[in-house]
Design a protein. Structure first.
Length: 427
């Protein structure tokens, strides 16, 4: 391996991965020749826009269709490290990972799908045999959630149950990418793989609900059990855990009923993925959306009200805001809670992200995901000579304190600005 690392970034023009690349370009050690980035995207003009924000000479661009396997394998083989950011990952991750295993190239992604996370675990032995390290799930959720879970676990003497949580409502005027929309439909219906009583089981996504305290003020927030990789990753890293649950939601609350109705209609074949994604993009961005699809959205909203998860007045206020063209209110949050034993007594540890200030570098879920990946990457390249091949989720290989320091630097903040002090209580 040469002194200068060649980093292939796939999907470099995307909303999230471009944030990763730009943050790394601003990092002094990398921008002064530590790495050379090859920014690849099926739309090379999008990669070029990302490149325009990089230091002179730090990168070059490529047009890359990952379904062109021979070209993909050629680009991967010519690289020292691959950052894969072109989702949805349940469709794309295996292709890129296979190319990395073939050429013994280390790999990182922000995979937020269960199927591809299970597949990463299945590739563990092959990765060891080929001397390649696979680092899946290095974003905000999963990623930052896993780090918070590890911190909570480390504060207990004995751990039984772990919950991770996220909420997002930061889209505002942003044009949501197709991969994000497909992922949202994917988790809003169908099977939810989770961990119960020490074994993997399957629930129905968005059926179970809870109020989880999020933000600096620990505001109880309506969240739903959803199909996310933390319930795969954490039991893999900590096999002794009894239960692991992932809770998630979109703000405002009625959007979750809308999502459930639309996602289940798509899952049942009543509407196409294009119709589902187009409708959800419309309503999140403050447009009314298709009246035909509203039939299914209303079904989900009525079910939500019937179960007491929302109210008629809350839904009416939400629809009125849609008719006025008002987009989603900005809010996001991340947290983790672990329960077990501390000093011989039953105890619980809660760690949440701080409330992000509007306009700061990490004030949205998009930014938190992209910048988290950049912070994970800084650790990964520092350990290229000492790293162990195989599949490793963030909680198993990343040093939490360093990760939070690096993440804080990208936002010109401190670690305390990102997460709150752990809340430890005996139960």
């Amino acid at each position: 391996m040469s002194d200068q690392l060649k980093i292939l970034v796939i999907g470099a023009g995307g909303q999230v991965t471009s944030r990763t690349v730009k943050a790394l370009g601003d990092h002094q050690g990398l921008s002064q020749g530590g790495c050379h980035f090859v920014l690849a995207d099926i739309f090379e003009e999008a990669a070029a826009q990302t490149a325009a924000a990089m230091p002179s000479g730090a990168c070059e661009t490529r047009k890359l269709d990952i379904y062109d396997v021979s070209t993909l394998e050629h680009e991967v083989a010519a690289s020292d490290f691959v950052i894969h950011g072109a989702g949805p990952f349940h469709k794309t991750a295996r292709l890129v990972r296979e190319a990395c295993l073939k050429s013994s190239t280390d790999y990182m992604d922000i995979d937020d799908d269960v199927e591809s996370s299970l597949d990463a675990i299945a590739l563990d032995q092959r990765a060891k045999d080929s001397n390649a390290a696979l680092y899946p799930g290095c974003g905000a959720s999963p990623g930052l959630t896993n780090i918070l879970a590890r911190q909570a676990i480390d504060l207990l003497d004995e751990v039984h149950d772990v919950e991770v949580a996220w909420c997002t409502g930061d889209e505002d005027e942003m044009q949501i990418g197709r991969a994000v929309l497909e992922h949202t439909m994917h988790i809003g219906a169908g099977d939810c793989v989770t961990w119960r009583n020490g074994q993997q089981v399957t629930h129905r996504s968005f059926d179970a609900t809870t109020l989880f305290p999020l933000g600096a003020d620990k505001i109880p927030t309506r969240l739903y059990e959803c199909a996310h990789p933390e319930t795969i990753a954490l039991p893999y890293s900590y096999p002794h855990l009894r239960n692991v649950t992932c809770w998630g939601a979109i703000i405002p609350t009625p959007l979750n009923g809308v999502l459930k109705g639309v996602a289940r209609a798509e899952h049942a074949g009543k509407i196409s993925m294009d119709e589902a994604c187009g409708f959800f993009q419309d309503v999140v961005e403050g447009r009314l959306g298709s009246l035909e699809v509203w039939h299914y959205a209303l079904g989900g909203a009525i079910d939500q009200i019937r179960k007491g998860e929302s109210s008629v007045s809350t839904f009416v206020a939400y629809v009125a805001a849609q008719l006025r063209g008002k987009s989603t209110s900005a809010r996001d949050g991340i947290g983790a809670r672990a329960s077990g034993v501390l000093e011989g007594r039953p105890a619980e540890v809660l760690i949440t992200s701080n409330d992000h200030e509007a306009g700061s570098a990490i004030d949205t879920m998009e930014a938190a995901t992209g910048l988290s990946q950049a912070a994970f990457f800084l650790q990964a390249i520092d350990r290229t000579k000492s790293r162990e091949p195989g599949c490793h989720f963030p909680e198993a290989w990343s040093d939490p304190d360093r990760f939070l320091r690096d993440l804080a630097k990208f936002g010109d903040r401190t670690s305390a600005d990102i997460i709150c002090e752990p809340d430890i209580r005996f139960t």
